[in-house]
Design a protein around this ligand. Structure first.
Ligand SMILES: CC(C)(COP(=O)(O)OP(=O)(O)OC[C@H]1O[C@@H](n2cnc3c(N)ncnc32)[C@H](O)[C@@H]1OP(=O)(O)O)[C@@H](O)C(=O)NCCC(=O)NCCS
Length: 169
């Protein structure tokens, strides 16, 4: 697995990211499609304004993606989309991606990170590993989602298990 910070010159195109987000949408709870999201607009905003971290398999296909925002004036980072391809789950790909996000946020002087999710295994993992707390709860398209808040000052990050390329050649 190869990890990189996506940029516009990457061999992975915005259309590849769009296709990946659409393909994995059925894994989301609720799927974004259930509340009428405009996928091209959603992905354009993410690639224009966000930081998009990718895990790429041996065939240069997207195996995992973690996209977050940290452009605003506040001291925060916010995850907008996180998903690992079903055949690559449970192998630490998601952990690699989110810990790289934390490294980037810390390097940019951000203190807090938020992710809104209904995924029980993710909530448990964030709580156990990083002391995440539930900041608020909200029902979206009939599904209860928790806004998880992580204080990055309290997060100890280990050595990266793989090398993150700052951008793809
Ligand atoms: C949530 C998700 C991104 C995690 O990615 P992943 O690469 O499987 O995660 P990891 O292998 O790093 O494991 C994360 C935790 O889940 C546990 N886990 C083990 N097998 C797992 C599996 N098959 N699926 C998910 N989590 C698993 C791991 O033990 C780990 O727990 P720990 O941190 O307490 O050790 C991935 O399961 C996914 O894409 N799910 C569907 C979409 C989704 O729910 N996205 C989150 C929306 S905010």
């Amino acid at each position: 697995m190869r990890y990189c910070v996506w940029n516009a010159a990457s061999s992975v195109t915005v259309d590849d990211i769009l296709a990946y987000v659409k393909t994995l949408d059925a894994s989301m709870n609720p799927p974004l499609a259930n509340y009428g999201i405009d996928f091209p607009v959603f992905v354009k905003k993410m690639t224009d304004l966000g930081v998009v971290l990718l895990a790429l398999d041996d065939e240069n296909r997207i195996a995992g993606m973690f996209a977050f925002y940290c452009y605003d004036e506040s001291q925060n980072g916010f995850c907008t989309w996180f998903g690992v391809r079903s055949d690559c789950r449970g192998r630490g790909v998601g952990t690699m991606l989110r810990e790289e996000c934390f490294q980037i946020l810390k390097a940019r002087g951000r203190r807090y990170f938020r992710i809104r999710t209904s995924t029980a295994s993710l909530i448990a993992s964030l709580t156990k590993r990083y002391g995440a707390v539930v900041e608020s709860r909200e029902t979206v398209a009939g599904v209860e989602k928790s806004m998880m808040l992580i204080d990055l000052n309290a997060v100890e990050l280990g050595e990266s298990k793989a090398t993150f390329e700052m951008s793809e050649p």
